[in-house]
Design a binder for this molecule. Sequence first.
Ligand SMILES: [Zn+2]
Ligand SMILES: [Zn+2]
Length: 185
Amino acid sequence: MTDTPPPARPRRPDKQTYFLILAIAARSRADCLGRRVGAVIAREDRVLSTGYNGTPFGMPNCTEGGCRRCAQRDLDTSLRGGAYDVCICVHAEQNALLTAARFGQQTLGASITSTMQPCFGCLKELLQAGIEEVRFLHPWDPVEAYHDPGLAQQYAALRARFRVFSQVGTPDVDSGDLFAAFSRA
Ligand SMILES: [Zn+2]
Ligand SMILES: [Zn+2]
């Protein structure tokens, strides 16, 4: 009788990877002509809320022409990465914050994990909501994005207010077979 080796146990993600996987899952619901983003807010290692980007409740979806700014971003490249004040789409991080607010979950001392490095607007809102840790999968460079050293400096000053502001995971986590490594009953 030959001994068959026991099947290898599936990998168990650590907590930060777990939140990242949940953020990627939330992103699957995103409806925006821009980059699709998902985010998860957690406190004491428990998920408080999730969010993905898209238009507000009851408004036509972004991909159905619901956002004038997003619809024009390919025609007017100056709108890319900017003109957020006239973008009707709510960012993933904002939606995660606002969902926490809607259901009365305290965000003070919480962490957020996003599939993208948060934009300037989200970063100030996260700070103001008491979020202490910011982790993201895909980084970008504010110096390149803003073409304005003063703004990039201000972004750097904002990010310095967080106890943690760091990239988490590697882009290869974000692949089609994301769940293959972790899923098997
Ligand atoms: Zn949009
Ligand atoms: Zn944002």
